[in-house]
Ligand binder design. Structure first.
Ligand code: F6R
Length: 243
């Protein structure tokens, strides 16, 4: 695992956007795995700037979703499909035909999870998976004590994660769904390059456990230690509890 400490979130965004741009120059139809939440926004903004300046062409890129709320209509503004359309696909000029994600509205959620896991493999696998990290060490929505070998499946959000995400739902935790479909940790580990971005002091404990703790289900992100090509990009605040 490579740990890169950057001065701030913007520098982390620029670094990761450049890694994505280099990948797209080498492989124009690369499958980029993307996360939602606040942390990745500087990455998407920096990559959009590169596309708009002509530094990279993302027109053939394919986008894969990491996780999705269960039960929110696909066109709900906070469904992760909507968020990614707004924050990634439209700015980069990528059509929905190049997007893949789990169906959070499926009647048979289990079948939808299995179908998405299979679809990722059939698409050739994710080339670069961008990850954020929860204050409790989750990646995707693999909450603490998720199996490190897990596949895409339905998970129940912890109270802490619902509190953390209430800010996207007018601060009202009652509106935050209880369930999500998430790529499993085993699924995430199949991506060819994992890039985790963590910014802010609130992530410092989780980053320390990820990088310096034992590989343990109690900190799902520690599974990155098992991956042959994992990069952890942290700002100084998120790095503050590293030894
Ligand atoms: C969301 C996801 C989550 C977030 C994590 C951090 O798709 O996969 O693991 O990355 O909850 O969220 P932020 O970046 O909002 O602190």
């Amino acid at each position: 695992m490579e740990v890169v400490i950057v001065p701030d979130a913007a520098a982390g965004g620029e670094l990761i956007a450049e890694a994505m741009a280099q990948l797209l120059r080498r492989k124009p139809d690369a499958l980029l795995g993307v996360a939602t939440g606040s942390t990745p926004l500087p990455v998407y903004q920096a990559l959009t700037a590169k596309v708009r300046s002509g530094a990279v062409d993302a027109s053939r890129a394919r986008i894969a979703q990491l996780d999705e709320y269960v039960g929110l209509p696909a066109d709900h503004p906070e469904s992760y499909r909507s968020v990614l359309r707004r924050e990634v696909l439209e700015p980069l000029g990528i059509g929905m035909d190049a997007f893949m994600g789990p169906d959070g509205t499926a009647q048979d959620v289990q079948a939808a999870c299995e179908a998405y896991d299979r679809a990722l493999t059939e698409a050739g696998g994710v080339d670069l998976q961008l990850l954020g990290i929860g204050t409790d060490g989750h990646i995707g929505f693999n909450e603490p004590c998720s199996s490190l070998a897990s596949r895409t499946r339905i998970k129940t959000l912890t109270e802490q994660t619902r509190i953390d995400n209430a800010r996207f739902f007018d601060g009202d935790i009652e509106q935050v769904p209880h369930h999500v479909i998430t790529q499993g940790i085993g699924t995430i580990l199949e991506a060819r390059h994992l890039v985790l971005l963590a910014t802010g002091e609130g992530k410092a404990d989780a980053v320390a456990a990820t990088v310096e703790g034992p590989v343990a289900a109690v900190c799902p992100a520690s599974a990155l230690q098992l991956h042959p090509h994992a990069t952890v990009v942290v700002d100084e605040a998120a790095a503050s509890k590293l030894k």
